[in-house]
Write a protein that binds this ligand. Structure first.
Ligand SMILES: Cc1cc2nc3c(=O)[nH]c(=O)nc-3n(C[C@H](O)[C@H](O)[C@H](O)COP(=O)(O)OP(=O)(O)OC[C@H]3O[C@@H](n4cnc5c(N)ncnc54)[C@H](O)[C@@H]3O)c2cc1C
Length: 565
């Protein structure tokens, strides 16, 4: 009942219990590219300058409130699976929220699934990595089919007849999500099915059987029977699959549709109920005599599909670096808009230490990722090719492993509202472990680093050549690298020590890159905090003398992070 004001004895409306003060605001309507000083520098430094103008427009679009909302919607409304249509026909159909389709469309129209293959050369991988880094900050899950489609190309090139049919459709800039055979489509996406119930890391344990339909051999059709326990993006138009052929584990291309227009016998049993990565559907499937064509030589399946896997590992580096950048931005933004105990949060010395440390980690991850993008653009140079061999495993292990802690710490900077589902932080946090687990989990990457060192010792020459470029620039780095070199000479119990060695190699490489390319407040503080300190540390333990304010100011999204000075 609305009482007249005089009957309330002049008291204010009781619905207004409090005044709104000290509230932060959404970080939106900002340019995700130009506000990122370190990224802009990296794009130019690593050969991607030609892409800068396009990146500016892309960053502007990605940072609008409406576009950022797509990321929320695509995860809030989970994909739904229909095994059959309402009449009873088997359809294996996954339905996504329109926001997911919009994100896919943007990625494909900007060539995030193909540009280094269609326009290779100086800066091609760098430009793609930078676009992907920006777009992943809006939404990470849809990046899974984009990455797999991108990564399928080097593997498919091993089989020219299949490549001739599929690669032009893969490289098309048209997003065509229709569930129809490849010859009716303007553009296609490709997934990957290796993992089975009995083993994901050890794919040699795959039990799916491939029986030749005719003579068999490379490019020939086979029928595959078995299961694949994780098949992400099951609406892809085809999958690269491992199966046991008479001559051993081999790689196959398995399309959704048979050439006669009937549905292929790959059946999705159910979608995984994942803790994160929810916009991306991941299915458990069975192959019931599914028709597939052999890619490359029989018995060389792992060797052939590894062409794909090394690309997806690189994309894990991009994805986790992007997650760290968005988490850092969210923390910096919030702490510039919220006060406690009489001061804006980013003016408290201890909070400055935490924020600067988060920013350091984020810049180190991005810097290493973009350096590797340049190496991928220059594989004709032997040392660059060797770096790709070693550092896709090393960087994937290290950057992805650093991300969950980082996400959690950034969440804590925001306080209680950072835990709430209407903040972006829970999504970043739940997404954060995935990159480390798929495409070869942490231990598997470390063992791969050892394998590269043992099989191709020249990778270590390329590694130290890169690190040496910065050695004169910081005394701590010089001593750190000497100790690392000594420990690498000791070949005892290498497997047991693999994580320790990989951690130190990754830190040395990140430090070397930052010492060379970042302001001294960044490079020197990274060395002091990561190379000199002994024992375990949480974020926020930068040593005295670190110029936290300079680090924060460099990382702060313009107009949103403010200055902490
Ligand atoms: C969201 C999501 C989506 C996925 N999508 C796909 C997909 O589309 N296609 C696909 O093929 N797979 C997919 N996977 C599966 C993923 O690649 C596997 O989960 C991963 O390879 C690990 O395999 P696993 O789960 O069988 O674990 P396991 O192989 O059993 O490994 C368990 C642990 O043991 C460790 N380990 C293994 N070997 C060694 C060793 N020699 N020494 C020390 N430690 C070791 C691993 O590092 C890991 O930590 C997906 C997974 C997830 C989470």
């Amino acid at each position: 009942m609305n009482l007249p004001i005089d009957l309330r004895n002049g008291r204010p409306d009781s619905a207004e219990t409090h005044a709104l003060t000290n509230l932060s605001c959404e970080m939106q309507d900002y340019n995700l590219y130009t506000q990122d000083v370190a990224l802009v520098e990296a794009v130019h430094r690593e050969g991607g300058a030609a892409a800068a103008a396009g990146m500016d427009a892309f960053g502007q679009m990605c940072g609008t409130a409406d576009y950022l909302e797509l990321g929320r919607l695509a995860n809030r409304v989970r994909p739904e699976f229909d095994s059959h249509d309402r009449f009873g026909r088997r359809v294996d159909l996954v339905r996504f929220h329109p926001a997911y389709h919009q994100l896919m469309k943007t990625s494909i129209e900007h060539g995030l699934h193909s540009s280094p293959w269609t326009a290779p050369g100086v800066g091609a991988h760098v430009a793609r990595a930078a676009h992907s880094y920006v777009h992943t900050q809006v939404e990470a899950g849809h990046g899974c089919p984009i990455t797999m489609t991108f990564a399928a190309v080097p593997a498919l090139k091993l089989q020219h007849d299949l490549a001739a049919v599929w690669i032009p459709k893969i490289c098309s800039l048209v997003y065509d999500p229709r569930n129809v055979p490849v010859d009716h489509k303007q553009g296609v996406t490709v997934g990957m099915a290796m993992t089975e119930k009995q083993g994901g890391s050890d794919v040699r344990a795959n039990s799916t059987i491939a029986v030749p339909v005719g003579a068999g051999g490379p490019g020939m059709p086979y029928e595959l029977t078995g299961h694949k326990y994780f098949v992400s993006a099951p609406m892809c138009d085809a999958f690269l699959v491992l199966a046991q052929a008479p001559g051993g584990l081999s790689c196959f291309l398995l399309p959704r549709w048979r050439p006669d227009g009937s549905k292929n016998a790959i059946q999705v049993l159910r979608l995984k109920d994942k803790m994160g990565n929810t916009s991306n559907a991941s299915g458990e499937t069975e192959l019931r005599g599914a028709l597939a064509w052999m890619v490359g030589e029989e018995g060389r399946g792992v060797r052939n599909i590894i062409e794909m896997v090394s690309m997806t590992r690189f994309d894990c580096m991009i994805g986790s670096s992007a997650g760290m950048r968005m988490a850092t931005s969210q923390a910096l933004h919030h702490c510039a808009h919220r006060a406690a105990f009489g001061r804006v949060l980013n003016q408290h010395p201890l909070m400055q230490n935490v924020l600067a440390d988060l920013a350091l980690e984020s810049e180190a991850a991005m810097t290493l990722t973009m350096r590797m993008a340049r190496a991928m653009d220059n594989r004709a140079v032997e040392t660059e090719d060797l770096l790709v061999r070693l550092v896709t495993a090393l960087g994937k292990y290290w950057i992805c492993k650093r991300t969950p802690d980082h996400a959690y710490e950034a969440m804590e900077c925001i306080g209680g509202s950072g835990v709430m589902e209407d903040s972006m932080m829970p999504r970043l946090f739940r997404e954060s472990p995935v990159n480390s687990i798929w495409e070869g989990s942490g231990n598997v990457q470390c063992l791969d680093v050892l394998r590269a060192m043992q099989k191709t010792p020249a990778v270590m020459d390329a590694f130290f050549l890169e690190v040496d470029k910065a050695r004169g620039g910081n005394a701590l780095l010089k001593h750190y690298v000497e100790a690392l070199q000594n420990d690498l000479k000791d070949l005892r119990e290498m497997e047991f020590r693999a994580r320790d060695l990989a951690d130190r190699m990754a830190l040395a490489l990140q430090a070397a890159l930052l010492v060379q390319h970042a302001p001294s407040s960044i490079g020197d503080t990274f060395c002091q905090s990561r190379l000199a300190q002994q024992g375990m540390h949480n974020y926020g333990c930068l040593p005295r003398g670190a110029d936290a304010c300079a680090i924060i100011t460099r990382a702060a999204p313009y107009g949103h992070g403010g200055s902490c000075a």
